[in-house]
Design a binder for this molecule. Structure first.
Ligand SMILES: Nc1ncnc2c1ncn2[C@@H]1O[C@H](COP(=O)(O)OP(=O)(O)OP(=O)(O)O)[C@@H](O)[C@H]1O
Ligand SMILES: [Mg+2]
Length: 362
């Protein structure tokens, strides 16, 4: 039986359209995993379902007397909020009589692993703040629970606790997650928000691995309907789109995904080249004078970028700008007329007499 029904909803921010004319329904007992690339609009869609945000067009209707609980992607609390006050506030909002508060509080908090109800919420780690936010939603005894990446800050025990809660509850839920193991254990239906699909959304009844199979079949059937030329494009497109977006995100260019590359600033174009290289998931990235021709501000930005991506891979940089070399590299090789003049750490190189003579002194 239908409890939440979003029909033909569209949402844009400025010139960027996130989704258009998509429909999303939640039936009693559904446990829907919602996935999609970063920035595809998952959080936005969930906020629309939670009635926290208006769609630009389309309708969202909930069955009469439906109780909705929503846990946002970030769980922050004000100073002074204690475990007890947060939960009492939630019970009050839901109209639970005060005489029942203490029992409800003990029952739900106890099971979630909280023992001291007077602890201030801001003193908790991200994982415990998230647990509290989830309990805050649960005590309202929702008919539909909407969770935005609840496992992000949770440790393994926290994830298992949440899996148990969801598996043993009768309410419907929609949960955004990038965690495929969690989804495999929890979801009975899957939906992917992705511009690669003609309708913008693919919904499958089944768990995560069944979803992956259906997705392959869907894309294959989709491509068979097109000319030979289109087949290879279409088939590759969904995966490619996801990879491209991840690469653009890592170089800070996701917001410019649909700009003409030639309209990008010089520094952005250099970063785009780094993004293109990163998209191939290299173990080693070779950068030939990445800051050449850049303003100081752009140079600083690029150095920041290289530092960030360098956490996960080895980078070999050819560079003249000593400030860049010293700022980025932990091993330096100095070449002089085709021979290696010196090798070492930045400190060793700066003090090497040969390097000082032929390179640094001039
Ligand atoms: N209030 C806003 N004003 C302008 N742009 C926004 C606003 N909220 C979201 N966006 C943009 O809309 C896009 C989608 O955001 P959303 O948070 O829904 O993505 P998401 O799929 O949840 O991504 P993630 O996986 O990174 O959490 C992003 O590019 C974001 O910058
Ligand atoms: Mg999000």
């Amino acid at each position: 039986m239908l409890i939440l029904n979003a029909q033909s909803i569209s949402k844009s921010f400025g010139a960027t359209s996130l989704f258009r004319d998509i429909s999303f329904t939640v039936d009693e007992g559904d446990r829907i995993g919602l996935i999609g690339p970063n920035g595809s609009g998952k959080s936005t869609l969930l906020k629309i379902l939670a009635d926290q945000l208006e769609p630009d067009s389309g309708e969202v209707a909930a069955r009469k007397f439906t109780r909705l609980s929503y846990v946002s992607q970030d769980s922050e609390y004000a100073s002074g909020d204690t475990v007890r006050s947060v939960i009492q506030e939630a019970l009050k909002r839901t109209g639970v009589p005060e005489s029942e508060w203490e029992a409800r509080l003990r029952e739900t908090l106890g099971r979630a692993g909280f023992d001291n109800f007077d602890t201030e919420a801001i003193t908790f780690s991200g994982g415990w703040r998230k647990r509290l936010a989830i309990v805050e939603a649960l005590v309202q005894r929702p008919d539909v629970l909407l969770l935005d990446e609840p496992t992000n800050h949770l440790d393994l025990a926290g994830i298992e606790w949440l899996e148990g809660v969801l598996a043993s509850s009768s309410f419907a839920c929609v949960v955004i997650s990038h965690d495929r193991y969690f989804l495999e254990n929890v979801a009975t239906q899957m939906a992917e928000l992705n511009r690669a699909y003609p309708g913008g959304l693919l919904r499958v009844s089944g768990n995560y691995s069944e979803f992956l199979e259906m997705k392959q079949e869907f894309l294959a059937a989709q491509s068979r309907r097109h000319s030979w030329n289109m087949i290879s494009h279409r088939d590759a497109f969904a995966d490619l789109n996801e990879k491209a977006e991840a690469a653009l995100q890592s170089v800070g260019l996701l917001g410019k995904a649909y700009e003409l590359a030639s309209n990008l600033s010089h520094g952005e174009q250099r970063n785009l080249e780094i993004g293109i290289a990163l998209a191939t998931e290299p173990k080693l990235l070779c950068l030939d004078e990445p800051t050449a021709g850049m303003s100081q501000a752009e140079t600083n930005e690029t150095m920041e970028l290289v530092r960030r991506i360098g956490k996960n891979l080895t980078i070999l940089i050819v560079e003249h700008d000593m400030a860049v070399v010293m700022g980025l590299c932990d091993r330096i090789t100095v070449l002089h007329y085709g021979a290696i003049l010196a090798e070492g750490t930045p400190q060793e190189i700066q003090q090497n007499p040969k390097v000082l003579e032929v390179y640094l002194k001039t």
